[in-house]
Structure formats: C-alpha cells, structure tokens
Write a protein that binds this ligand. Structure first.
Ligand code: NDP
Ligand code: GO6
Length: 614
C-alpha cells in the first residue's frame, strides 16, 4: 500500500466497457492497449495462435498481462476462436497493420502492402465474427489515418488502401455493428499537416471507444496546434537544431512524374503523400454531422502533459496534489527544500514520491538562483505554501517564487497557494482574518503584474477542517452531544474531500479552459448547509445531537480574548456560515466550475466522507 492512495479511477472503472484490442502488439496497437489500461478499461488483447517463436511479441503480451490485461487466444484462420474472443467484450478495437511505411526499405514496403491487402479480408472475418457473436456494443476497425471517405478521387495504386477500408466500413454498417472510425491523420514519426503523437492517438482512441458522442461517427484527431504546413514543421526543426536546411521545391507535376518506374508499394506511398501535401486532404474539409473532433471532445488531453513542479509538496494539501499529478500521468517534480534538516517524516514522504515516479528538485526560498533553476525545469508551478495561522502562515513568501518564475521566463502557468475562499470576494472581510485574503491578493497582483499566466483554485472548505467536526471550531472530531449551529444553519457551504481537491487541481493545471481564470470547486451534491451536514451525520451515527443556535453577535463577541490564530478562524467561519460567502455570488466570466469541466470525476460525497468518523 502506498501512503497516500489516490485511486480516482476506481469508481469509474466499474462502468467502463470491456475492450478487446486486435493487433495489440503493433505500432499503434500497443499504445492503444497502454491507454486503455491507463484509463481503467478491463482490457483484453488477442493473442494470435500464429505467434510461434516471436519472443518479442510474446514478451510484450506478457507485459500487458502483468499490467492487468487479459490475453485471449485466437486466430484469423479459426472463425470460432474470433467469435469466442469478441463474445467476451463490449468493444473491439482493431489495429491490424495498415497504411504506413516505416522506412524507404523497398522490400519492407512490399510486405506492408501485402499485409494491407490481406488485412482487408482478414478484417471482414472479424466483422463476421462480431456479427455472429451479436454482443459487441462498438467496433473500431483499423483506420487511424487519412479519412477514406474523403478519398474517392485518390490516385492509383495508393487508392487501394482507402478502398479496402471503405469495404470494411460497408461490411460493418451492413451488419449493423455500432462503430467509431478514428481518423488519426499523420503519425508524427512518419510524415508530417495534422501531426499526431502516437501515444496521443492511443489516448484519444481509448477515450472515444466508450463515449456516446462518438457512436457511429468518425472521430477526427485535429489538435489545433498540431495542424501545420510542411514549411512550419521544417521551421520548428530548424529552430530546434539551430541549422537552416536548403529547401528544394518540388512541383506537383514533378512529384507525380517521379512515381514512374517505382514499385507498387512506393507508388502507393507517393500517392498518399501527394494527397496530403499537395491537396491538403487532411484539412480541406469541414467535419460534418457524421464526425466529431477529438480536441473538442477531450480538451484536457490536447497537449502532451505539462511538467509540473509542486512547491510545498509535503504539506497537507500539497501531498495530495503531488499524488494526483502522478496518478494523472504528469511528469511531476517536487521541491526538496534545503531546510529539511532532521525532519524525518518530510524526508520519508519525499522519498516515497520519488519511488512513485516524482523527481525531487533541490532548492531553497533563501537561494533565489535555486528557485530559478527549479522552475526552469518545468511548464507549470503549483505552490501550496502554508496558510493556516495555527500551523504556519507564509503566503507572502511566494513573492520570491513569483520573482524566480519571472526571471526564468519559461513557466506556462502558475497556481499560487489559494485553495480556499476566493480572496477577490473578501474585500469586506473582518480583521484580523482578512490578512489571509489580503496576502493572497498581494501575491495575485505580483503574478499579474509580471504577466505570468495563472489559475487560482478556490477549493472552498477542506472536509478535514469543516466537515468531520460538523464545522465546530477548535476540534477536528464530530461533537458527541451538542453541536453549535451558526445562525439558522441554512447558509450554503461547499465541503470538499481533500483528495478531490488534488484531482481537480491536477486536471485544471494545463487545461486551456482554466487559463487566467479562477477555478471554483462546487460539486453540486457537496453544496450543503451546516444543518444538512449535521443531518447526514445524525443519520450515519443514528444519534440526534442537541442543537445550540449561536447568533452572529454572540459568535463575533466570542473573538474577544482569543489568541490571534483563533480570531482569524472565527472571522473566516463568520463569513462562511453567516454571510454564506462561498456561494453568495455567481461564477462569472473570470471563473470556471470544476464539476462542469470534469463531470466524470467521481467526487466524494459528504456521507462517504463522514463515514470515516464513525
Ligand atoms: P501546510 O501548513 O501543510 O504547509 C504547506 C507547505 O508550506 C509545507 O509543507 C512547506 O513546504 C511549506 N512551508 C511552510 N513554511 C515554509 C517556509 N518557511 N519556507 C518555505 N516553505 C514553507 O499548508 P496547507 O496545506 O494547510 O495550506 C495550503 C493552502 O491551503 C493555503 O493557502 C491555505 O490557506 C489553504 N487552506 C485552505 C483550507 C480550506 O478549508 N479551504 C484549509 C487549510 C488551508 P515543504 O513541503 O517544502 O516543506
Ligand atoms: C482554513 C479553522 C478551524 C480555524 C479557507 C480555527 C483559508 C481559506 C475555506 O485550517 O481560518 O477548527 O477557506 O479552531 O481560504 C482554519 C482556516 C479554520 C483551518 C481558516 C482556511 C479556510 C484557510 C478551526 C479553528 C477546526
């Protein structure tokens, strides 16, 4: 067991379709297997009888099994075995070898063309098997390239590729098999128009195979920043290498003329290049009714995952953000402060992060250069600097981090330590509690003055400080007999499971929709009044508590004689429970709501949260 287990996939996993990948050890197939496993699908991979002595293939199969896939034996020359295989699942993804040329090796290309030809009829066998089995809810045939429906005019002999795929489509549709066709455009490694990273093709395919919005549609992968002309691509290369290449312009006529005398496989390839680079066939049509665009549907997957640095990673909320970043597959960096000294718990936690794949970066707030060096290594910085007066309160220390980010100049987004009430709403807050908001606003101003892109996460009430104790000050446990009810107890509050704050923060940190915005965490079922919270506890515990109503005046008067940290707490509670400051405003243009953006996150409801206190 890992110490901070964040298994946000689990509740979703139950509902996920069972997926069979046919062709799972292939170039694109293995990435789809990986993405299906990563996204929590029960994943089956066809293990062909023909595997023989191909030790690499077998090893790959075994590694899939180790990662949780189930291997299903079958063969394309044994119809019954295919039927048996597809009978076990809901969705079949086929990545049978297709239209791409791995190199200019002429003989290899010949073999590939043969394989493509063969694939055409082999896949029909699969279609027959699916038809006969009758249980498959969706079939994704081997497409993953140029949309064949757009290629009726294609040149011979390259046209064969598209014709065969259209034959497969016809067989699928004639058999009334529900489908999704993935038009993945160019695999980045081969040729370059809409360029796609192969792992992203796997990710989008796994996302789409269960999504009702892609049912009986073609899914086009067109992430906007990957739509590039050949010239733009070359420019990028030149920038990276610092070397200018000589450009030799080839006219369409010359290009087509060069096909003469080439072998069949090469001619097919030339034809495809012609349509892509001279016609622009990947982008010269709008996506109609029959299609969907992957970037539109899954904007959160659009970019290669950003590198994230968490500053304050061993803190109460910080460690949960680190866990969520790791779980969501971000390359995750955690600042290891030089000041750690003999704090053995902190060090052990950092080591456990490292074990889980995080990179530790040494640095100190009293060494500007070390902070610059740390932030230079990443795209996004999340700071969870302490901000609870009776623990420690160092919100303004973040100004040093802002200076470092400004100097480094590479950071695409900064999430400062907020994670509470929206300080922008708290201009009227009472002394001395307002210091929390004033300092957070000072940090915001420094960020915005330095033109650093940001997201502010307004996480509302941590369950541990506000729910488990039924919102009682000075205690973290539910009261046994009496509970103080603030006013009429009806002001709406938002209670959050701390792990969910980690999950939403990790989701938002490279989402274009949250750029330069405040993200409010308001999952609908967690918007509760204090009374409703108490009711839930009474139901769970089977015990009714005596309610002591406290008026606003009494509550504020109680501040007198308290120490500073407690006065801060009373002020915050006052605004939350008497003003209703967490919910008495609408989210405007400058904000987004997390449940809206990420409806699939199975957030923890407060009954489940309170169960832990029974
Ligand atoms: P913690 O008290 O757990 O501290 C977080 C981290 O701050 C520490 O782990 C440490 O980082 C860093 N830190 C502390 N002192 C120093 C220092 N002198 N120099 C450098 N780093 C330091 O913070 P919380 O998780 O409680 O608070 C984080 C945010 O959440 C705050 O903005 C707070 O206001 C907010 N919050 C909101 C609540 C709510 O109900 N909404 C409740 C509680 C907090 P390291 O890991 O490097 O040692
Ligand atoms: C948490 C607290 C709880 C104070 C925020 C005294 C910033 C926020 C909801 O850590 O002062 O007993 O938004 O006796 O924006 C502390 C502070 C509350 C808890 C608030 C916080 C909340 C900071 C106490 C207590 C449980």
């Amino acid at each position: 067991m890992q110490p901070y287990d964040l298994d946000q996939g689990a509740p979703e996993a139950m509902a996920k379709s069972k997926v069979l990948v046919v062709g799972g050890t292939g170039y694109i197939g293995k990435r789809i297997v990986k993405a299906c496993l990563a996204q929590g699908y029960p994943t089956y991979v066809l293990q062909r009888a023909e595997i023989g002595l191909d030790i690499d293939k077998l090893q790959m199969m075994l590694s899939f099994k180790e990662q949780g896939a189930r291997l299903v034996e079958g063969s394309f020359s044994d119809h019954g075995s295919l039927v048996n295989a597809v009978k076990q699942v809901d969705v079949v993804v086929c990545t049978m070898s297709g239209v791409h040329f791995r190199s200019h090796n002429i003989l290899m290309q010949l073999k590939l063309v043969d394989a493509i030809k063969e694939a055409g009829n082999v896949k029909l066998k699969l279609v027959d098997a699916i038809k006969e089995a009758g249980n498959v809810k969706r079939f994704l045939p081997s497409e993953f390239g140029t949309d064949p429906a757009q290629m009726g005019h294609a040149l011979e002999p390259g046209k064969a590729t598209f014709d065969e795929k259209m034959t497969v489509r016809k067989a699928i549709e004639d058999a009334n098999i529900p489908f999704t066709y993935i038009s993945a455009n160019c695999f980045g490694g081969y040729f370059a128009v809409v360029y796609m990273d192969e792992d992203d093709i796997g990710t989008y395919t796994a996302k789409a195979l269960d999504d009702p919005r892609t049912l009986n549609k073609a899914l086009y992968l067109r992430p906007p920043e990957n739509i590039l002309s050949q010239r733009q691509l070359v420019e990028k290369r030149e920038k990276l290498s610092g070397k200018i290449l000589e450009k030799v312009e080839v006219s369409a006529e010359e290009f087509l003329a060069s096909m003469e005398g080439m072998d069949y496989a090469q001619q097919a390839g030339m034809g495809h290049f012609y349509h892509i680079f001279f016609e622009g066939c990947l982008t010269n049509f709008g996506i109609g009714e029959e299609g969907e665009e992957a970037f539109d549907l899954y904007p959160e997957e659009a970019m290669a995952k950003s590198k994230v640095l968490v500053v304050g990673g061993t803190g109460y909320i910080g460690k949960r953000i680190v866990k969520a970043c790791l779980a969501q597959g971000y390359p995750t960096y955690v600042l290891q402060r030089a000041e750690i000294g003999l704090d053995i718990d902190k060090l052990q936690m950092l080591l456990s992060f490292k074990e889980q794949g995080a990179r530790l970066v040494e640095g100190s707030f009293s060494d500007h250069g070390s902070l610059v060096n740390a932030v230079k290594q990443v795209d996004v910085v999340v700071c969870t600097m302490s901000g609870v007066h009776f623990r420690s309160h160092n919100i303004l220390m973040q100004l040093k981090l802002v200076e470092a980010i400004k100097e480094a100049g590479n950071v695409k987004r900064f999430l400062p330590s907020e994670f509470g009430m929206d300080p922008a709403q708290m201009g009227h807050a009472l002394e001395p509690g307002r210091v929390t908001f004033d300092e957070k606003m000072t940090v915001r101003k420094a960020i915005e003055d330095a033109n650093i892109p940001f997201t502010y996460v307004s996480a509302n009430c941590f369950g541990g400080y506000f729910a488990g104790n039924l919102s009682q000050l000075g205690s973290l446990l539910p009261p046994r007999d009496k509970v103080c009810i603030y006013g009429d107890g009806n002001a709406k509050v938002v209670f959050m499971d701390e792990d969910d704050i980690g999950t939403y923060t990790a989701k938002a940190l490279d989402d274009p929709r949250t750029l330069n915005k405040t993200l409010y965490l308001r999952p609908p079922e967690n918007i509760l009044s204090q009374k409703q919270l108490v009711e839930k506890w009474e139901k769970l515990s089977g015990k009714t508590l005596e309610k002591v109503e406290v008026s606003a005046e009494e509550f504020l008067a109680s501040m007198e004689g308290m120490d500073y940290a407690s006065q801060v707490g009373v002020g915050h509670f006052y605004h939350i429970f008497y003003d209703g400051c967490l919910t008495n405003f609408e989210i405007g243009e400058e904000g987004e709501e997390a449940f809206n953006l990420y409806p699939k996150v199975q957030y923890t409801r407060m009954d489940a949260y309170l169960k832990r206190y029974l």
